[in-house]
Design a protein around this ligand. Structure first.
Ligand SMILES: Cc1ncc(COP(=O)(O)O)c(C=O)c1O
Length: 498
């Protein structure tokens, strides 16, 4: 527990409780003449003891940091109320002299001051919080937003949307890109374009965020989840091969987890053999390369996400990578409510409102200028952790193949099967120090909503690779704003667990 929180906060609370107590009595009779000495003195000791006993048994100081703000306030109110009530009872029974009005004033004053202190305390603490991967603006975004304002091009479409799509194509070498409201929308449109419909099967990586497979359900199709392999944590070619022996899918969604490229050559060879197109979910891997080629451009369609925690962000947004002008035009029409080219409002097909706004695209254009630097920074963070934990046999970092460049969106660690330390222990310890970290994605076959769908295990029997990674894995802070002292702090805390 934070030492300041352990000693300083209880000390401040004690002073507040003490002062408020006398203040309550003073407010009723400023001269204090009507009160007996023992009533005042013993009562102030009793209220202090009662307050701290309650706080001690309820772990108020130890646990309250993990409570949310309102829960913490509520606990303080409860602690003081019980203490005040207990004191009044003792005054009434033992001293035969309870001053209810004085206590009510003391209660009000104490509670207000203690909540105020906690509010300020949290504000200071939140400023110090270390985040997993929070948005980082470079300032250049404002120029593009200003242009959009100057030209009154606030609504969807406009120079920024075109410019952002071009910047993504220039960086990744993609043929065409379509900016959308989210990465999920981009997967949805890719599946729709591939003709995925009711009754179709779609294979999808099992170790991922639910956004990868939700669009399969939007299209009323059926997902089949494919396990991971240990070398990249991504879709296992062996499990994929097994899945193809049982099913004929309409598409395969391959995720590049945490920015690390999947084994695309093997996966593509299998999909090509069966003539099934790949949708690359590169939501987390913008800037990563597989054998020299950018992820997102290796399948039939690719998608990126610019959600707040991604390597670059537009606060919310996504991009679909496609091969031809015809695909781009068709999808662009769908995502602008499928308006036909006609003066009147005419729609021959079902439409969607998925187009990215010109303002958000302006943020994206500015963010693109930092992409390369961010890949370098995130790689340096990964290498820092790797080196810092290299002498602890129980810890290994998420693996990356040597001919690929991960963008290291999130650095993750895996704890050995033999270790007595669990990811939960480490997460609790980091959280107590105001450091955000997260479990590895819970695999889809273990999700209550998706567990009814088939899952193909990489192993012949027993626990799957994805479940094993979930049980033993942990995502460490990987924010590009992390300073050396932050990294050192994180490493020291993690090391202290082993
Ligand atoms: C693997 C993966 N796929 C898809 C998405 C969906 O992206 P978005 O949040 O932009 O819809 C995300 C991120 O949120 C993701 O991590």
């Amino acid at each position: 527990m934070n030492v300041r929180r352990k000693y300083l906060l209880p000390a401040i609370d004690s002073i507040v409780v003490f002062i408020s107590f006398y203040l309550g009595y003073w407010a009723i009779t400023p001269s204090f003449k009507i009160y007996k000495f023992e009533t005042l003195f013993f009562s102030s000791v009793i209220i202090l003891l009662a307050y701290h006993s309650y706080a001690y048994f309820k772990l108020l100081y130890r646990k309250s940091w993990s409570f949310d703000m309102l829960a913490e306030y509520f606990n303080v109110i409860k602690a003081y109320s019980y203490a005040a009530l207990g004191t009044l009872i003792v005054q009434g029974v033992v001293l035969n002299n309870g001053y209810y009005r004085a206590m009510a004033i003391a209660w009000m004053f104490s509670v207000l001051v203690m909540i105020g202190i906690r509010y300020v305390w949290r504000m200071i603490h939140v400023a110090e919080r270390i985040f997993l991967s929070s948005p980082t603006m470079n300032g250049m975004e404002l120029n593009y937003i200003q242009e959009a304002f100057d030209e009154n091009w606030i609504a969807p479409l406009g120079e920024n949307v075109n410019g952002f799509e071009k910047a993504i194509c220039d960086h990744t070498g993609a043929n065409y890109a379509v900016a959308m409201t989210t990465g999920t929308a981009a997967i949805h449109m890719a599946l729709k374009h591939l003709g995925v419909k009711e009754g179709d099967i779609v294979f999808c990586s099992s170790l991922t965020f639910a956004a990868s497979c939700n669009p399969i359900i939007y299209q009323n199709a059926t997902p089949v989840f494919i396990d991971s392999e240990e070398e990249t944590w991504n879709m296992s070619p062996r499990a994929l091969e097994k899945a193809f022996e049982q099913y004929k899918p309409k598409a395969v969604i391959v995720v590049h987890l945490y920015g690390t490229p999947a084994k695309m050559d093997e996966i593509k060879a299998i999909c090509d053999y069966y003539g099934v197109p790949i949708v690359e979910d590169a939501a987390e891997s913008l800037g990563a390369t597989y054998k020299g080629k950018q992820t997102g451009t290796l399948g039939h369609f690719g998608i990126f996400s610019f959600n707040g925690n991604k390597i670059i962000t537009t606060s919310g947004g996504g991009m679909l990578i496609c091969q031809t002008q015809e695909e781009k035009e068709r999808i662009t029409k769908w995502i602008t409510q499928s308006r036909d080219i006609a003066r009147h409002y005419q729609h021959s097909e079902l439409g969607f409102n998925y187009r990215m706004s010109n303002i958000l695209a302006g943020i994206g254009r500015g963010q693109m200028k930092s992409l390369e630097q961010r890949v370098q920074t995130k790689t340096a963070i990964y290498n820092y952790y790797k080196k810092a934990f290299s002498d602890i046999p129980d810890i290994s970092m998420n693996p990356v193949s040597e001919h690929d460049q991960s963008n290291h969106w999130l650095s993750c660690m895996l704890i050995s099967k033999e270790s007595k330390v669990s990811p939960e222990d480490i997460m609790m310890k980091l959280e107590q120090k105001n450091i955000e970290c997260r479990p590895v994605w819970k695999p889809m076959q273990l999700q209550p909503f998706f567990e009814k769908y088939d899952f193909i295990n990489h192993n012949e029997s027993g626990i799957s690779v994805s479940e094993d990674i979930f049980n033993r894995g942990l995502c460490l802070p990987s924010d590009v704003k992390l300073k050396d002292k932050d990294l050192k702090r994180i490493v020291d805390i993690v090391r202290s667990c082993f």
